[in-house]
Design a binder for this molecule. Structure first.
Ligand code: ZN
Length: 307
């Protein structure tokens, strides 16, 4: 029994991650994800669960996990699913739990599975993101003018600290990591943080080089996330189940180990192809429109760049 519940737990983490990898690595993000014809089967229904206090996780639908914080008068939404249909379904499910108007949206980063659902937004709402997330969304929006309303209406650099209707929020960007504009939302009163796509388990994290993501930046960001608010004990993210400090520390350790192994092989004069083979890096599927580098290739290149 333990085995099968463990398997279920692993599948819960791995399956959405695999879907994300297919979507993000092979170029379906942002623009292509806007085309509903590419949705072949219907996504799982939206489900909402309280994490702690007034913070909720929203699973299901098309796209990444989203979150909402129930304020005294309005709800604050974090991320926006991948399709207008899932976005609207999410808003109506939120109403069943917290019947307040939507007061504000924060975007953790610019990937299509976190922002494209904003096409379903039918009211004027403040949308806040890091400045570079705004910039990364511009090319997609320029190709699809009817999406201009999905652009952030307010941006910040470094940090933005404020009270949302009685809940202290601290938005931090610790430099390029998954993308160049990742936001971590600390909710210190609840000892938790919402970390966008900074956590993946059972697979390699995604570093979007085409959005100026960085492997060493990713490591630095994970460590900064632990150090900034040592009292935080729950880390929420788009494609994994809620995690604790030990899981984040374990992810940092495993990435450092991978980096050390790659560096060692490079010092032994092994070629990139040999290193990729040693790590079992698979070629992209036939017909992939965009070839994105694997984590091994990204680490290899960043080690070279450091020299
Ligand atoms: Zn992402």
């Amino acid at each position: 029994m333990r085995n099968s519940s463990l398997q279920r737990a692993i599948l819960r983490v791995v399956i959405p991650s695999v879907l994300l990898a297919m979507v993000s690595i092979y170029g379906l993000a942002v623009t292509a994800a806007l085309r509903p014809a590419q949705q072949s089967s219907s996504p799982p229904p939206i489900s909402i669960e309280k994490v702690k206090d007034n913070v909720y996780i929203i699973r299901g639908g098309s796209g990444a996990n989203c979150f909402f914080i129930a304020g005294k008068k309005t709800n604050l939404l974090v991320d926006a699913k991948m399709t207008p249909e899932s976005f609207k379904e999410m808003l109506s499910e939120i109403q069943k739990i917290s019947p307040r108007p939507l007061g504000m949206i924060i975007l953790t980063h610019s990937d299509g599975d976190h922002v494209n659902g904003l096409g379903g937004l039918q009211e004027k709402v403040k949308i806040l993101s890091h400045r570079r997330t705004y910039e990364e969304m511009l090319p997609a929006v320029e190709q699809t003018p009817e999406l201009k309303d999905i652009l952030p209406t307010d941006t910040y650099e470094g940090s933005r600290l404020f009270d949302f209707e009685g809940t202290r929020l601290e938005l931090k960007n610790f430099g390029p990591a998954h993308t160049s504009g990742d936001t971590i939302i600390f909710v210190p009163g609840s000892r938790l943080a919402i970390a966008g796509d900074l956590m993946f388990y059972g697979r390699d994290p995604l570093i979007h080089k085409h959005k100026n993501g960085s492997f060493y930046g990713y490591l630095k960001t994970l460590q900064a996330m632990l150090d900034y608010r040592p009292e935080v004990e729950i880390f929420l993210s788009g494609h994994a189940e809620p995690a604790g400090r030990a899981e984040v520390a374990g992810l940092i350790a495993s990435l450092k180990e991978k980096e050390a192994k790659i560096r060692e092989m490079m010092e032994q004069g092994r070629t990139l192809d040999e290193i990729k083979e040693a790590f079992g890096v698979q070629p992209p599927p036939a017909g992939a429109r965009v070839r994105r580098p694997s984590l091994v290739e990204i680490i290899y290149q960043e080690i070279l760049d450091k020299k």
